[in-house]
Design a protein. Structure first.
Lengths: 229, 132
């Protein structure tokens, strides 16, 4: 727009470009927003929305904490088993070798030097056994201690569950107060659609008694058998 | 028991679960194992060739396990590859959908080492029969 153009000319120019209808939409959206805001304030619901806006990041942070704690615990346990398994394998292999050695020595009259050799190997093995069992026990303690996340995450999850329940109640109240009357049929159809879209991605089944859910590997196998699988 | 050098691809978005499956396979004697974090990464590795067995999760970002299975079955090079689903998805329609898409087996999480061993043996047995 040039500096000489009057406001009226500007409107006409915009009109020519088809912009006036989008202005009208913006105006009306602004008006609706203001009305909604006033209504919500009048009912005290603006406080609830403010609370919701604070609670959601809080819940997100708590869930991130649960994910972090459980991952740490899993890493800790897997690291401990990685170390402990070779220690146990060494014990087993040493025992088998010593057993064979003593069987050979006992089978026929042997020299004192052969006995001494077997006895020395036994002492070496016993030293190794003492060291490996002590190390394995420390690793088992670490595995046990790594489960402490359960206590912490359990508490956090309980809080989030409470929070979710509160949010749900508040949002339902908001819907009851503001939703236009919707024919029941439509809501059911919408529900069915939503169920169709998400039905194959549900994650772990929390309730094994739910309809159309298998509760065990046996039931999976039975179902596949019945399909001729 | 099948050839212990069988090359496995373990597909799961959780590194912990990939590590557990890898350790279980190692315990069963299978040491030739690679990992992928979702269906897209898995498909790209599979197309690189050399894999003989896929163990896949279902619920993953980018490409889920069912779509991965469908892609494998639709690919001329990969279509015969055995696929074992190992997933927390436990609805009957999931199991039916996996069977229809051509899964060779279905293990529901949480699972035991014995269950994995049993399903793998069963799949190898069937493959040997089919090949004989």
């Amino acid at each position: 727009m040039t500096s000489e153009a009057t406001p009226q000319q500007a409107v006409n120019a915009e009109s020519a470009l088809g912009l006036s209808s989008s202005d009208e939409i913006l105006n009306r959206v602004g008006h609706v927003t203001r009305t909604l805001h006033d209504s919500l304030s009048g009912l005290g619901l603006d406080k609830i929305l403010e609370q919701v806006a604070q609670d959601i990041p809080d819940a997100r942070d708590r869930l991130a904490y649960v994910a972090r704690m459980t991952e740490q615990a899993a890493e800790r346990v897997l690291n401990a088993t990685d170390v402990a398994i070779p220690l146990q394998e060494e014990l087993a292999a040493g025992a088998t070798a010593l057993q064979q050695r003593w069987q050979d020595v006992m089978r026929e009259p042997s020299l004192k030097s052969e006995y001494n050799l077997a006895a020395n190997e036994t002492l070496t093995y016993l030293t190794m056994a003492g060291k490996n069992t002590a190390e394995t026990k420390a690793l088992l303690m670490d595995i046990m201690m790594a489960q402490d996340f359960q206590d912490l995450t359990g508490q956090v999850i309980k809080k989030i569950t409470g929070l979710a329940q509160e949010l749900e109640q508040q949002l339902v109240q908001l819907l009851i107060d503001f939703s236009p009357a919707i024919p029941k049929k439509d809501t059911e159809a919408t529900k069915a659609d939503a169920a169709d879209n998400s039905s194959l991605l549900n994650g772990p089944q929390i309730d094994p008694d739910a309809v159309d859910v298998v509760a065990s590997q046996e039931q999976v196998d039975d179902l596949l058998d019945s399909l001729g699988f | 028991m099948a050839n212990t050098n069988t090359k496995f691809l373990v597909v799961d978005d959780f590194s912990t679960m990939r590590r557990i499956v890898r350790n279980l396979l190692k315990e069963l004697g299978y040491t030739n194992v690679d990992e992928a974090e979702d269906g897209v990464a898995a498909l790209s590795k599979l197309k690189g060739g050399g894999f003989e067995f896929v163990v896949s999760d279902w619920n993953m970002p980018n490409m889920d396990g069912l779509t991965l299975l469908q892609n494998i079955r639709a690919d001329a090079e990969l279509s015969k590859l055995p696929v074992l689903m190992v997933t927390a998805e436990a609805k009957k329609e999931n199991i039916i959908a996996a069977a229809q898409a051509g899964a060779n087996g279905y293990v529901v999480k949480p699972f035991t080492a014995a269950t994995l061993d049993e399903k793998l043996s069963k799949i190898f047995e069937k493959l040997e029969k089919a090949g004989a």
